[in-house]
Design a protein around this ligand. Sequence first.
Ligand SMILES: Cc1ncc(COP(=O)(O)O)c(C=O)c1O
Length: 381
Amino acid sequence: MSFKTTEFFAGRLPRLATLFAMVTAAPVAWSQHEFDDAADDQGPIRISGNENAFGYSPAAMMAMMEALGDINRYARDEATAFVQAISSFERVPASHIITTAGSGPVLLMTALAYAEPGKNMITVTPGYLQLSSAFERAGGEVRSIPLTADLAHDLDAMKAAIDENTVLVYICNPNNPTGTIVNPDELRAFIRSVPSNILVFVDEAYLELADGGLEANSMINMVRQGNNVLISRTFSKVYGMAGLRAGYGIASPEVIARLRPFHMGGPNLLALVGATAAMQDEASFAENVERYRSTRQMVTEALDGMGVKYADAQGSFVFIHTGIPVERFQSLMEERNILVGRPFPPKLDWARVSIGTEEEMMTFIRVFREIMTAEGRLASR
Ligand SMILES: Cc1ncc(COP(=O)(O)O)c(C=O)c1O
């Protein structure tokens, strides 16, 4: 550190002390936003964007702070260490991994690598649109299959939509916005039944939060067994690092090679260091999963108590049948300082509500009950 740098830090010691106190405080507790009845001046409750309100690994924060002095250099060893950490976590060789700034770029690269006029992909509606919109912009045709009555993937209908021009099938598992998952045995059977020249993309952005987690549900074993499957994962959701931008894709070296020409840069040095440390901080990960599951359960139990329908919630959000046009529901909620998810056609009287902190969700439940009652959707008590 140069003399000038030392002088710079000397003037900022109180701020640095606060930062260190945040890092060394009890895991994740420091990052809670506490909302209560008098919370209007604290900014809105943001349960609209599937962001993690619980915070992230203190070990990751510490590792990033230690790496701050190194960002005058390009990342080299840090990139290797990240790939090695993924390789041992996923039990696949490094040749099967592509690292990206969030998992969104894996979806975009896939669209660019596979779309061309005359070719089509199969997805669902309502579903997550990042890949399919890019596929369409790149000249491909998108076949969107309606979900089942339970708002889950209709694998039979997806299979039936495949023809000789299909290059890609996208399965978002759990599905965003509905939160439903595909039974793993049925998904494996589906993958085996799809012609092997068609890539099956399984977006596992929220899968850690599903019943049984990655262990019971991930399709990574299908990649290991040599199927034409691409898995994407992100540090934006359960790991709570959406603003950092780290994610990755896993597939055969041939698929990875097809994506590489469209790679526009991986995670930056801090993201590499932070994500690597987060993967190794098992306690913080487990705590986040547990808080997500228990808070989600608190919300679904409250909905059960009100007799309100929702889709099977296996991600970091709940898709709720309010019976109120979603734009109206959004504005009624916003008047009460709560931001909820956008419209997801064709389910326009449903709302996607992300899981926030326990306090935020208690406020949400209270306001939800009031709005639903005022709108005549619940018997008043
Ligand atoms: C299903 C799904 N996949 C991928 C992403 C992309 O997120 P990120 O680029 O932050 O990993 C999101 C973001 O909300 C998502 O919901």
